[in-house]
Design a protein around this ligand. Structure first.
Ligand code: GDP
Length: 531
């Protein structure tokens, strides 16, 4: 375009909006050590939640009356060796959800392995996730208070997955802990704090902040509450921030205990109040100089998104062919916090990769209780409703019942996934398999008024049932397949005739039987569908 314009004597100017121009740039030489940001992973029931709970109640609230009782997305603890920030969403969905939005917030993965259970499939999956994102692992061998704890065995099997403990000449810190008694937890915290130095975790402190949204929700009294992890620079009250397509002047900053802060530096989780909408976990959040830049930035993002959406509106031909054939379970999703909604939506859509036969589509995913609008939306979209850690509000439950909208609520992601699989299987037609029942030979033909031609047969193998499917064969060739119109012994209608007996058979809709033909009988066995 530039060249063509020049041919005609026009000058061109590149007016593309460049986001980096309105964001702060940092002096890379002016950095300071920062706390490591830790995600806890591991197999279900190995104690991730217990460990996070123990650390939060024992350490965070020291000195603060009551401590944190409400849910927090992240918190920071002090140790003699330095600070450590924990992301308080155990599990892999949250980690993957962040990563899928291009956000890398985790510096260290704490891999929890129960000493009485050992390395399990999800342990291995966690190791894989951490390695793929090049995040170092610190192992917490948990439940060492239990009599059947065997941490030696755990360490052995970890070696098979290339996690070699320091005591065996490797580089992976392995700490034995009990989330129940607190034994070793102090050790774990100090190990993590020390890793900040080992890993050379540094960030610029001066300058406007940038960070990542950890969680966002709408609070009844306070409006949009976004938990942000500051990663570079310092976030201050009164700053103008942009996240996703929303911006705001930061009205208030709160720390993990709900205490108002004036500012927050790198690796600090803070609650930001006042954003105009709910961004997604994993979205970046940036401070800009003024409202004008914020508006321009948001407008540009919006336009880009709309352009992208318009390009891919309408399915391709392959998609249309698939849509015709593949049944789809549609889900309206409501959750307590944005993080869970997102994690669950992604985990649900992931199921689609397990099978070609049936799809799952989350048609709406929102934060909040299940209300009547959701039910109507689900009804219109022929979809089911999944609530995660939320209840129904108002008349939602009775309306769902009367409109026949299936509504399920869950407190555990895995339960929701199991239900989704079950519902998806329910959408599949069963497949049928022939099961041989018997054979008969046509000995004579009798034209009978109203019945047509009745074949006088002798059952030579197995049995023939009134409801059997049949195939007529002549010299090994199939002449007809269908069902039986009438099955009689003498003049009586019968249900079945066994090997060695004679009977009269009318093959429904087939008059071409001849002496010597064979009739094979079989039934159709339904095979329960699987994904
Ligand atoms: P998660 O699924 O990994 O989050 O595991 P949870 O934290 O929910 O713990 C699963 C079960 O193990 C719960 O019943 C806990 O009380 C128990 N548990 C967790 N840590 C310990 C521990 O160190 N010692 C003992 N004895 N039990 C533990």
């Amino acid at each position: 375009a530039e060249m063509v314009a020049a041919e005609f004597g026009y000058k061109t100017e590149d007016v593309t909006f460049d986001e980096s121009e309105v964001f702060a740039s940092y002096d890379e030489d002016d950095t300071a050590f920062r706390a490591p940001v830790v995600t806890v992973m591991g197999h279900v029931d190995h104690g991730k939640t217990s460990l996070l709970d123990y650390i939060r109640t024992a350490r965070v609230a020291a000195g603060e009356a009551g401590g944190i009782t409400q849910h927090v997305a992240a918190y920071k603890v002090e140790t003699p060796k330095g600070e450590v920030t924990f992301l308080d969403t155990p599990g892999h969905e949250a980690f993957t959800a962040m990563r899928s939005r291009g956000a890398q917030v985790t510096d260290i993965v704490v891999l929890v392995v129960a000493a009485d259970d050992g390395v399990m499939p999800t342990t291995i999956e966690a190791i894989k996730h951490a390695k793929e994102s090049k995040v170092p692992i610190v192992v917490a061998v948990n439940k060492i208070d239990k009599p059947d704890a065997n941490s030696g065995r755990v360490k052995q099997s970890l070696m098979e997955h290339e996690l070699v403990g320091e005591e065996f000449g490797g580089a992976v810190p392995i700490v034995e802990v009990s989330a129940k008694t607190g034994q070793g937890v102090e050790d774990l915290l100090e190990t993590l704090a020390l890793q900040a130095e080992v890993l050379e975790l540094r960030s610029p402190v001066e300058g406007s902040a940038s960070g990542t949204v950890l969680e966002a929700r709408i609070d009844k009294g306070r409006g949009t509450v976004v938990t942000v992890l500051v990663q570079s620079g310092t976030l201050k009250k009164g700053d103008t921030v942009v996240a996703n397509e929303f911006y705001a002047k930061v009205r208030g900053l709160n720390d993990q205990n709900g205490k108002a802060l004036k500012e927050a530096g790198p690796s600090t989780p803070v609650e930001v109040l006042g954003l105009g909408g709910v961004p997604f976990a994993g979205d970046s959040i940036n401070v800009v100089d003024n409202d004008k830049d914020a508006k321009a930035l948001v407008a540009n993002r919006r336009e880009k998104r709309l352009r992208k959406e318009s390009v891919r509106s309408g399915p391709s031909i392959t998609e249309m062919m698939l849509m015709k054939k593949v049944p789809t379970l549609k889900v309206v999703l409501k959750a307590d916090v944005q993080g869970s909604a997102q994690a669950l939506a992604e985990a649900l859509e992931e199921i689609t990769n397990e099978t070609e036969k049936v799809k799952l589509e989350v048609i709406k995913s929102e934060v909040g209780q299940i209300n009547e609008t959701d039910v109507k939306y689900a009804r219109a979209g022929d979809s089911v409703i999944f609530g995660f850690n939320v209840k129904t509000a108002g008349k939602a439950a009775p309306v769902a019942e009367s409109e026949g909208v299936p509504l399920y609520t869950f407190g555990v992601i895995y339960d929701a996934l199991d239900k989704a699989r079950e519902l998806m299987i329910g959408l599949l037609e069963p497949e049928y398999r022939e099961r041989e029942q018997g054979e008969a030979e046509v000995r004579a033909l009798f034209p009978i008024p109203r019945l047509g031609v009745v074949a006088g047969c002798r059952v030579t193998k197995g049995l023939i049932n009134r409801s059997s499917h049949v195939r007529v064969l002549r010299e090994g060739e199939v002449l007809h397949s269908g069902v039986i119109g009438s099955l009689r012994v003498h003049k009586d209608d019968v249900k079945e005739v066994k090997d060695g007996f004679e009977c009269g058979i009318v093959v429904d809709g087939f008059a071409g039987l001849a002496e010597g033909d064979q009739i094979q009988a079989f039934d159709m066995e339904a095979i329960p569908p699987t994904l």
